[in-house]
Write a protein that binds this ligand. Structure first.
Ligand SMILES: [Zn+2]
Length: 271
């Protein structure tokens, strides 16, 4: 399996998203269809198909059960009683069969699709691609088991490779829940005392593999509103490749002036 390239755009919102929360809520295909939805976030267990479409789960155990026999979780034909979640109409995606290098297409009500149990969908470039997908087996097109390969980036201070996840202890939390990750607590404390020293400046080299969670829901640390990250989302690049995301350039500007105000104090002196 090829490693996920996070700098690659995957789900690119192209128009206004009618309802952000509706976009972001999904039901795990292994649970009862009326159970509480999962809100998509950076660390939500998820299966990534070629072309970067994803199926989300409430737990890694459910993800692993899905991977064991994915064909079982596709409804043929579509079940009309199940609402599509997330609502991806108007978004651009790539076909899982055509793969990562294929051209993205915009989802409309004619787009060929497979329904995953409980309402998540995978979208395809053609009916022929659906036939190929089913004939070869969905497992052929799984790109990455993210339960085994966490997101990685680099410490903002040292540049060392680190895992980005709930188990990474050296991390600074912003209001609303975005994180900045470090290799050790010394780096975390130095960042928290003066975050502005670690923004990318005009004389810095921009890292080749800038961490970019396109398609994920984030909270703006200033406004606390949610937004789905696209390739045009305003952001502050941090040294060595991590980014902080904002709803607008207005909130970004507020943050740049007083970043410490938006750091959660309880994370400043974590042991
Ligand atoms: Zn360090």
């Amino acid at each position: 399996m090829e490693a996920l390239r996070l700098s690659e755009p995957d789900v690119i919102p192209t128009g206004s998203i009618k309802s952000k929360m509706k976009y972001a809520d999904v039901v795990d295909p292994l649970l009862d269809r009326h159970s509480a939805p999962v809100t998509i976030a950076l660390h939500t267990p998820q299966l990534v198909f070629q072309g970067y479409q994803r199926v989300y789960f409430a737990s890694n155990a459910n993800l692993n059960s899905f991977v064991e026999n994915p064909k079982r979780f596709f409804n043929l034909p579509l079940n009309p009683e199940i609402t599509a979640r997330p609502d991806m109409m108007g978004l651009a995606v790539r076909c899982p069969v055509m793969g990562n290098e294929s051209r993205p297409f915009i989802i409309n009500n004619m787009t060929p699709r497979l329904q995953v149990t409980n309402g998540q969908y995978l979208y395809f470039a053609s009916q022929h691609c659906i036939s190929t997908f089913l004939r070869n087996g969905p497992e052929t097109y799984i790109q990455l088991d993210t339960s085994k390969t966490p997101f990685t980036s680099n410490c903002v201070l040292s540049g060392k490779m680190i895992e980005l996840g709930a188990t990474t202890t050296a991390r600074s939390e912003l209001k609303g829940g975005q994180h900045v990750y470090f290799c050790c607590n010394d780096c975390l404390l130095r960042f928290n005392s003066e975050p502005r020293n670690f923004y990318i400046g005009s004389l810095d080299n921009i890292p080749a593999e800038t961490y970019n969670p396109t398609g994920f829901l984030i909270h703006d640390p200033v406004s606390n509103n949610t937004t789905v990250v696209s390739h045009t989302t305003p952001r502050i690049l941090l040294k060595h490749g991590q980014s902080l995301f904002f709803e607008t350039y207005d909130t970004l500007t507020d943050f740049v002036q007083k970043p410490v105000k938006y750091l959660l104090t309880e994370t400043k002196h974590k042991p």
